[in-house]
Design a binder for this molecule. Sequence first.
Ligand code: GLN
Length: 504
Amino acid sequence: MAIDYKASTINDLTQLYRSGEATPSQVLEAYIKRIERDEARVGAFITTTFDEAREIAHRLDKRLADAPETIDWDKETLFGVPVALKDNMCTQGVKTTCASKILGDFRPPYDGTAPGRLRAHGAVFVGKTNLDEFAMGSSCENSAFMRTTNPHNADYVPGGSSGGSAASVAADFAVAALGSDTGGSIRQPASFCGVVGMKPTYGLVSRYGLVAFASSLDQIGPFTRTAYDAALVLAAMCGQKDPRDSTSLEDPFGKTFNKRGFAALDQGFVKAMQAKTGQEIYKGARVGVFKELMGQGNDPQVDKAVSASIERMRELGATITEVSLPNAKYALAVYYILATAEASANLARFDGVRYGLRDPKAKDLLNMYLETRHEGFGPEVKRRIMLGTYALSSGYYDAYYKKAQQVRRLIASDFERVFAECDFLVSPTSPIPPFKFDEKTGDPLTMYLADVATIPANLAGIPGISLPCGTTDNDLPIGLQMLGPQLSDAHLLQYAHGLQQSAD
Ligand code: GLN
């Protein structure tokens, strides 16, 4: 029987390579075989890149066989690890569609910084994953091309917008995947698919080569099976200022930004974390329960699973207090003004001239713009562009956009205040477990409500993780969200690791 490396972690693979028990090509072939077997059911990928992956794996095989001394395992932390990328991240010569007809044939001439850094650490890219068009949505149902199903039950959505990336890890099509999170698009699908998903501190990972949705909120982050693997992937991407993204942080863990003594998320920290027990990590930890996100309208099964995790933290030595963030209730409204306003500006570039689709029949320039955008964008993207244009238009700017910016500041202050008293906050990632296809498509507002727990972190720029914490009666995953102060990414991952370590 062929070994299929199911549910492998990055660590497992590294051990296999170092001990000579497997080669990157053997592992890759096992993953490709599984993708070929199950992809018709799951539908994670818009594009697979098996040829390129085979070439790269072959090169790694050769190094492993002929020149193992050239491999620095402390630096090439993703050596031979199959990775999937959300299809809104530019990859040189490989289609990058954003699940939109307007970019249906777009092949970027360059790699984005984050994919490039993973490549430099030895990752092997197996494909580009499905998403809601331009990352706008919570179920992957807004993709112009295909449906992704939840690997746990194909009647249910995988969440969104990074549903394909979450599903690719849950279905064992990849050991890790990258997604982007503007209002929850990593954490919510991670929760729905039963994997770990993290949105780092804003600015920690370069956005260069990520097709912009809302630039002040967008952040790239990992999907993995374990918090430890998430730390490995994030450590490979973060930490250096990228001159191509002016919002990427200069010396993020150095003196300028880090006044609160957070450790750098580097390989040293990640390695040390592996040896720690749950008790060691949680001893003296101050955990805040995000009051506004518990109870009140949540599915009771979600609250029950989250409460059990909180209990576990207490057993491990944490002190638990309930904390209130009174302005959080405005987060959803603020987000749907700011995100749409930024999207309306960002998406102006898709005009039929510079990228992708163009309507060749239009009789003049204006009509070419109009027809191209009419043809190329789906209904949700059009809705967002209209909402955003309205919020920015003269006469409404002060009432909507400016007001929303002010409330955003208040939400960030709420977090600053509670983080003076606790190390991190917990809540459900999503108030509801995975839902069925077409259950919410008729009413955009109920779809938007699915993001109520994840959006505050984007508005405040703080890191957030979703961790599997149980299942519903019908075996669908439930996610626990952990939120930490800005630049506490390493510590937050360590708390997540401690909990995972000590779980059954
Ligand atoms: N679901 C949210 C939205 O539709 C968040 C999307 C995201 O984070 N990209 O905007």
